[in-house]
Design a protein around this ligand. Structure first.
Ligand SMILES: C[S@@+](CC[C@H](N)C(=O)[O-])C[C@H]1O[C@@H](n2cnc3c(N)ncnc32)[C@H](O)[C@@H]1O
Ligand SMILES: [Zn+2]
Length: 284
């Protein structure tokens, strides 16, 4: 079982569960909500302007996933992770959103699945839908509330990219997958509403961000093309973009169905054997 670590500034002691409360040995206590998740966000971890995704975005992404549109992504993630889970182990998803992807992976791998997100709406929906998994509200850009070396594998799918902290949380022989949108992800939709189809390849940037603490293993593509109706297109828009300008809205309204590419690049890393913590500030 993964042990949570106390998020009170400078504490980091292990948390023990006593009924509906998690408590460290000096007495800081954190209540489990009635839905079974815990909010470990501390005042210093809050981002005043960005509480994570809004409910509409979370629900739109859930509908997209339920319609099978993350199928290739989930298969590719599971294929990479499978060799690491022949004998149990824990899997952390940072920026887990509504939890659909983590639930699918944990079931396939027989892993203990723990999901973290900054959004209360996301974690609330995740905990309601998948009560057997562990759900925590925390800021993935700061210290995460788990003890060192707790996880066999860590995934982040278009979520926070906190290299030093991910290194601290992984077992020495663990694996990290950073999934980013592929250059042609939703290209048709982006062309329609933003007027520009392709975005820069982000996978190279991941090598820069993670290269200090991790060795690159491979990069895999996961791609599917789906003909989407209006409701499905709207869900993609609501899940990805925070509002569409007026002219774009008119172009969008004129379309009934269209094929859309859904693609991710999975950048796979192994923790480097470091003698000293890469970023002491985050590694206590
Ligand atoms: C684009 S969504 C992806 C959700 C999910 N991984 C998926 O692919 O369906 C990004 C998620 O990261 C969360 N997020 C953003 N910043 C975060 C942070 N600093 N810490 C934790 N989660 C964060 C958002 O609330 C949102 O749920
Ligand atoms: Zn404490």
């Amino acid at each position: 079982m993964v042990t949570l670590s106390c998020p009170v500034r400078g504490c980091t002691r292990a948390l023990e569960r006593l009924e509906r409360t998690l408590r460290c040995e000096v007495g800081h206590s954190h209540d489990l909500t009635r839905r079974g998740y815990v909010n470990l966000l501390q005042p210093q971890d809050k981002k005043s302007l960005d509480p994570g995704d809004r409910r509409e975005a979370v629900e739109a992404r859930r509908r997209t996933a339920e319609a099978g549109r993350t199928r290739e992504l989930i298969t590719a993630l599971g294929d990479v992770l499978a060799p690491w889970f022949s004998s149990g182990g824990a899997l952390l998803d940072v920026g887990a959103g509504d939890g659909f992807i983590l639930d699918a992976l944990a079931s396939r791998l027989g892993a203990e699945g723990i999901g973290v997100d900054l959004s209360r709406e996301a974690i609330d929906l995740a905990a309601r839908s998948y009560p057997k998994l562990g759900w925590v509200i925390a800021n993935g850009d700061r210290r995460l509330p788990f003890m060192d070396g707790s996880f066999r594998a860590l995934v982040t799918v278009t979520g926070p990219k906190n290299a030093a902290e991910y290194w601290r949380l992984l077992e020495p022989n663990g694996v990290l997958i950073v999934a980013v949108s592929g250059p042609d992800d939703q290209a048709e939709l982006r062309e329609l509403v933003l007027g520009a189809a392709h975005v820069a390849d982000r996978s190279g940037r991941m090598l820069e961000l993670f290269g200090e603490q991790f060795d690159w293993v491979e990069t895999r593509e996961a791609r599917q093309v789906e003909v989407l109706d209006k409701a499905a297109l709207r869900d993609l828009l609501d899940g990805a973009y925070r509002g569409v300008r007026h002219g774009a809205r008119q172009r969008f309204d004129a379309v009934d169905t269209m094929p859309v590419t859904l693609s991710h690049s999975l950048v796979v890393f192994k923790p480097r054997k470091l003698t000293a913590p890469a970023t002491p500030k985050l590694s206590r």
